[in-house]
Design a protein around this ligand. Structure first.
Ligand SMILES: *Cc1c(COP(=O)(O)O)cnc(C)c1O
Length: 399
């Protein structure tokens, strides 16, 4: 059993706070239990209903539900026609899957630097990395804040690139009043338990393009079709289906769809509470000169998935590890989002070297994620703020 951190004889917290946590209620449990008693465990009516609902929420014309967010990215890259010899530009401050999807297709991920204040991919850096081999851009809505989509879309249109928006963090976010999911050529979602709504594991791709949609549908289920219009050898044999492309089994189950549908009933509540918590943190930390509060672009109306605590290294007598450990000592189990993707040893083996994206690398050494989830209470938030304030007082230069 973990011992409580004791500071000056005062126990700090009885239960440690993690950076994220799912919220499951009786309604969710009922929805799953009913599905288990129904006729379909996969490929049934709940998937169809879920896809329609995600279209409604995002304003997209088409949606394909898939097994997870990584599968969604892989399918989107395939549908974009990404293949061997191509390059795909993305940010290093993301989960590795945003870049791995290019590798799955035999293409090379190219890393553009981040904006040092918003932490999202910098459109100017995207532009600087375009070559004749560039095929697509994967723009991540990091922490839930929409990337600078107008600028990025302009660059993509000008250079004939497909824009894939990785919205794993940003369901519930709007950009210029329009929901994420209808703003890029394709938008991918993840419903992993740390995300704002969960299916246990799950993902989706939305698009307004009929052509991309048909490709996504085909490849998410083996490349096999029952649609005679898509077949090379259509027949009226009732059993006949035909594999016309190389696809995968990336289908979502009915059980996952039922859970997600029930979670989506709570999306607005989840979003509201996350915004309240972000406002409390921002209010407290904007008064502390050693801390940097993430800048929000006015176009983004953000449902935040992560709250990034960043300190100015030059103004403190500690490094990130010491700050992180001190938080842990206060019962706050932070996490770091993310190691720059090309720092992973696999990418090192592929030839990527440190120094590619200075803003991203500096961000990485000064940042960690604070607890942010629906069931976090105001008292929890006050505890986190107290702990952070105390640590800054302890380590600030000239303090
Ligand atoms: C979680 C996440 C993914 C991958 O989603 P999974 O459902 O876990 O496969 C991709 N991109 C980003 C930015 C993520 O946070």
């Amino acid at each position: 059993m973990e011992k409580l951190a004791i500071e000056g004889g005062v126990p700090v917290r009885e239960h440690p706070l993690n950076y994220g946590r799912q919220y499951i209620d009786e309604h969710d449990i009922q929805a799953v239990a009913e599905t288990l008693k129904s006729d379909y465990l996969t490929c049934g009516p709940r998937i169809t209903a879920l896809e329609q609902r995600l279209c409604q929420i995002t304003g997209a014309k088409y949606c394909v539900a898939v097994s997870n967010g990584t599968a969604a990215l892989h399918l989107a890259a395939l549908a974009a026609g990404v293949g061997p010899g191509d390059e795909v530009i993305t940010t290093p401050i993301t989960f590795a899957a945003s870049a791995n999807c290019a590798l799955y297709c035999g293409a090379r991920p190219v890393f553009a630097d981040i904006n040092p204040e918003t932490y999202n991919i910098d459109p100017a850096s995207i532009k600087a990395h375009i070559t004749p081999r560039t095929k697509a851009v994967v723009a991540v809505d990091f922490t839930g804040q929409a990337a600078e989509l107008d600028a990025i879309r302009d660059i993509c249109e000008k250079h004939g690139l497909t824009l894939i928006e990785d919205a794993a963090h940003s369901i519930g976010t709007k950009y210029k009043g329009r929901p994420v999911g209808s703003l890029a050529d394709m938008t991918t979602f993840s419903f992993h338990p740390v995300k704002t709504v969960t299916a246990g594991e799950g993902g989706a791709v939305t698009t307004d393009s009929r052509k991309l949609y048909e490709k996504l549908v085909l490849t998410h289920s083996h490349g096999i079709t029952r649609d005679p219009r898509q077949m090379a050898h259509p027949t009226d044999d009732p059993w006949y289906n035909e594999q016309t492309d190389l696809g995968y089994n990336y289908r979502m189950t009915e059980i996952q769809a039922a859970l997600l549908d029930s979670q989506l009933d709570k999306l607005e509540r989840f979003s509201r509470r996350r915004r309240e918590i972000v406002a409390l943190y921002d209010e407290a930390f904007s008064h502390i000169p050693q801390l940097q509060v993430q800048r929000e672009i006015p176009e983004s109306d953000t449902t935040r998935h992560l709250y990034i605590l960043r300190f100015h290294r030059e103004q403190m007598n500690c490094d990130r590890r010491q700050f992180f450990d001190a938080l842990h000592g206060e019962g706050i189990h932070s996490q770091v989002h993310y190691l720059p993707v090309y720092w992973h040893s696999y990418y090192e083996k592929l030839g990527y070297r440190k120094g590619l994206c200075p803003n991203a690398e500096k961000y990485y050494t000064e940042s960690m994620s604070l607890p942010l989830y629906y069931s976090l209470t105001d008292e929890d938030v006050r505890d986190v703020i107290r702990a952070v304030t105390k640590i800054v007082e302890r380590y600030r230069k000239g303090g």
